[in-house]
Design a protein around this ligand. Sequence first.
Ligand code: TYD
Length: 136
Amino acid sequence: MSLRDCKIVSLPKISDPRGNLTFIEGGIHIPFDIRRVYYLYDVPEGAERGAHGHRNLQQLIVAMSGSFDVVLDDGMERKTFHMNRASYGLYISPMMWRDITNVSSGAVCMVLASELYDEQDYFRDYSQFIAATDRA
Ligand code: TYD
């Protein structure tokens, strides 16, 4: 998997005078069935999240409120995505190291995930992640 597989996805947005409605359907707007949803919130100023990779997990990250940066690294190159709209998601393929930084006050980061939580799927050590890519 390379950074080219990771993309900003423009989600459907239904707007009327009462506000906006966005929906996400597994297998339709994103290339996986959604097995888990979690969200980060009440992140203290300066705190950094992420700092791990996953062997198999696919995810879509959405800034439901506020803003943050997601830095993706496939072992070859690194790219920063600034997330600040609830109608856009960042698709993250397997074998991608991610850091979440610059989280604004009040930000809510929602993550749709292709698998249930499994600590065995994580790389928590960057050098082990790099060794597992074929780019070591
Ligand atoms: P982690 O994935 O490291 O968080 P982040 O990427 O947002 O910084 O998870 C933080 C802690 O929460 C860790 O102890 C594992 C636990 N956790 C669960 O129990 N279930 C989950 O679905 C997730 C994502 C994390």
